[in-house]
Design a binder for this molecule. Structure first.
Ligand code: EPU
Length: 324
């Protein structure tokens, strides 16, 4: 169904002060710079606006997806039918901290409230400026804090679940819940939440740390990334999850697939688990390249790679775990 109708746009606009766009190109909202348009796109600026928007959505059974900075996302060329929600305004921010003496170490624990739309980069600079340690594993992870939570973002130095104390979320009935991290079902690059749940904020548990030490860890993490990853090019980060044994990047590299190209989509010559958009790649180019890489890795190594990036939009031929 085509939801790109001015009458629906006008109705949604009554719920929020931020923009409601008709036919926004998802190229502008993804780090891959790929994708067709979303029928509708809305930018609610507060919990109240989000509630009002969800009421309008319920009334007409409008399908929707929430996105952050679109840094782990491939949108199909046909685009997204329904509404894309991007949290704005009041969903940014890092709140007041409570500090408690840590029972388990000599250090001091710091609790920091971070709203979902806060960019990870901003969060890391905030931690450095105040001498709060624990988030350094995330240096170079793009996107928003909410996006990092729902995907349990991480690196070889750690993942978000290790520093998360609790989260606040809005369920499909617009009720607001708090959940302790211990109750949540985190796994490798995933957090299992009931459908239509929107993460509003998270409470981090960090440690007072010498700024020099934080700076050293950030520099080292960034050095490793810059050395091995195609930073600055259009991509969605790692395409495949690492299989239980080994690294997807090394496996793809060992199969000789670095540089493999379909249209403007290319297996990065620098890190084989990245696909880069060399200019005008289409989602179809990327999906065909993903398929080709998976097929060759299956044939040559007997390993089944599953997707780490999320694929949204009409015409998806991939199941959620990346298998056809
Ligand atoms: N390697 C190769 N060739 C390649 C790529 C990697 O031989 O083309 C080798 C490396 O030399 C290294 C090993 O494979 O010995 C592992 O590589 P790397 O350190 O780059 O780590 P990774 O397992 O490929 C993971 C995360 C990255 C994260 C890095 C660094 C996944 C799927 N990937 O990559 O996360 O940045 O560790 O901590 O878990 C992402 O989530 O989007 C992402 C990029």
């Amino acid at each position: 169904m085509d939801w790109a109708r001015p009458s629906i746009q006008r109705e949604l606009q009554k719920a929020i002060s931020g923009r409601v766009l008709l036919g926004a190109s998802m190229k502008a909202y993804t780090s891959f710079r790929i994708g067709g348009s979303a029928d509708l796109m809305a930018f609610p600026g507060s919990k109240e606006e989000l509630r009002r928007l969800l009421s309008k959505i319920d009334a007409i059974d409008l399908p929707y997806k929430v996105i952050g900075k679109g840094t782990n996302l491939l949108v199909t060329d046909q685009g997204i039918r329904g509404l894309v929600i991007k949290l704005n305004d009041d969903f940014h921010g890092i709140g007041t901290q409570r500090t408690l003496p840590d029972q388990n170490s000599q250090g001091e624990e710091v609790f920091m409230r971070v709203k979902a739309a806060t960019p990870m980069k901003k969060l890391l600079s905030h931690c450095l400026a105040r001498g709060y340690g624990g988030m350094e594993f995330a240096v170079g992870i793009p996107g928003t804090f909410g996006g990092a939570i729902v995907q349990n973002a991480g690196s070889r130095f750690g993942e978000i679940r290790e520093v998360l104390h609790s989260i606040t979320l809005m369920d499909s009935k617009k009720a607001i819940w708090k959940r302790s991290a211990k109750e949540l079902k985190f796994s490798y690059r995933n957090l299992e939440l009931p459908v239509k749940t929107i993460v509003l904020e998270g409470l981090l548990r960090l440690q007072k740390t010498m700024k020099e030490e934080i700076k050293r860890r950030l520099r080292e993490g960034m050095r490793l990334r810059t050395q091995s990853q195609p930073i600055g090019l259009f991509s969605a980060g790692c395409i495949f999850k690492n299989p239980p044994k080994g690294s997807a990047g090394k496996i793809i590299d060992d199969c000789g697939l670095k540089g493999l190209r379909i249209g403007d989509a290319q297996v990065s010559p620098k890190h084989a688990n990245f696909i880069v958009n060399q200019g005008n790649a289409t989602a179809r180019d990327v999906l065909e390249l993903i398929d080709l890489v998976r097929r060759k890795v299956r044939e040559r190594r007997g390993i089944e790679l599953s997707l780490e990036v999320k694929v949204f939009g009409e015409g998806i031929e991939f199941s959620p775990d990346g298998a056809r």
